[in-house]
Design a protein around this ligand. Structure first.
Ligand code: 3EB
Length: 312
């Protein structure tokens, strides 16, 4: 349904191959470092509306857009999110499942001295407001991290049936309820989203945050430990609430982000210990949304549900 190219360049998402190709600037050596490929077993058709390229298969919609590099993203983000939400509603894939936001200069001040991430969050929250409470009550899992170039690149997955379930982490304040000290509008996302039909769990970007506070300041190993604890606690919550099973052994792919390149090998080693020898791991060196955070972890997991038709 779409391809995401993590590499040195970030041209706008395009449809030249008959499906969306999205580029995210996450590395310096020229070329494409890794491709993320979204497939479907059904027939896929692609299209473009406003600044959004998309593909759909009757059940899911994959889409992408890019906002050009700027020192103010609030209004452009609001309008892009409004367009995106209108598109999925009009095409009848109204339920967001997972969103990724890659934001260049994420920790730099905007034209008014407000951090770019906070400026982005303000526009995103307003875009959700514009769409009405039905959508803002069903915020999906997401990632919001830095990138080396490209302005703001957004790609997302939505679905038709409304079966997607969203989860919060009992050890963390829901991001949409973070206090105002973190910016004029809170980040708009849930900690994880489950697609029951495919038993797939989408884990949001997760960092060393307890309650709403960043912890283990300046300490890589401590932030890694707290982040993995956050994930373990969230997965326990998802298991309890969904009646299925999911734990740290359930990853089918995992992505890590580190602020400082030399920390990549440590995070890679820790993730390898956690997920076992066969699960793909990718580590990207980009800024993280809070300037004190050194790393963030996200991924896709396979859930198991009891088999009601079994021979037990
Ligand atoms: C956090 O927990 C860390 O703005 O979309 C994680 C996942 C984070 C998504 C977003 C931000 C976002 O607040 C940062």
């Amino acid at each position: 349904m779409g391809v995401v190219e993590f590499g040195s360049r970030a041209p706008a998402p395009h449809l030249d191959a008959g499906y969306p190709t999205v580029a995210v600037a996450t590395c310096d050596p020229p070329g494409i470092h890794v491709r993320e490929i979204w497939t479907s077993t059904s027939e896929v058709s692609a299209g473009r509306r406003d600044d959004i390229v998309y593909s759909s298969d009757g059940t899911h919609l994959f889409g992408a857009l890019r906002l050009p590099r700027s020192d103010r993203y609030r209004d452009a983000t609001r309008s892009a999110y409004r367009q995106l939400l209108a598109l999925i509603s009009d095409l009848d894939y109204p339920h967001l499942v997972r969103m990724w936001n890659y934001i260049a200069d994420i920790n730099r001040p905007n034209h008014r001295g407000l951090e770019i991430y906070r400026d982005f969050c303000q526009g995103r929250a307003e875009g959700f407001d514009d769409a009405g409470t039905a959508i803002s009550a069903r915020l999906p899992a997401a990632t919001g991290v830095g990138a080396h170039d490209g302005g703001v690149v957004v790609y997302f997955l939505a679905e038709r049936t409304g079966a997607a379930l969203h989860f919060e982490n009992p050890r963390q304040v829901p991001a949409h309820q973070y206090p105002r000290t973190y910016g004029p509008r809170s980040p708009s996302f849930a900690r994880a989203t489950l697609l029951p039909a495919s038993k797939r769990l989408f884990l949001s970007g997760t960092a060393s945050i307890i309650g709403h506070r960043s912890v283990s300041l300046g300490h890589l190993e401590g932030q890694c430990y707290t982040t993995l604890e956050n994930i373990r606690i969230l997965l326990k919550e998802v298991s309890e609430k969904s009646g299925g099973t999911v734990d740290l052994d359930s990853f089918r792919l995992i992505k890590g982000y580190v602020r400082h390149g030399p920390d990549a090998s440590y995070l890679h080693q820790r993730l390898r210990e956690v997920v076992g020898p066969r699960v793909p791991i990718e580590i990207f060196t980009v800024d993280i949304c809070r300037s004190e955070l050194l790393l963030e972890i996200e991924g896709v997991l396979d859930m198991r549900f009891p088999d009601h038709h079994g021979d037990a």
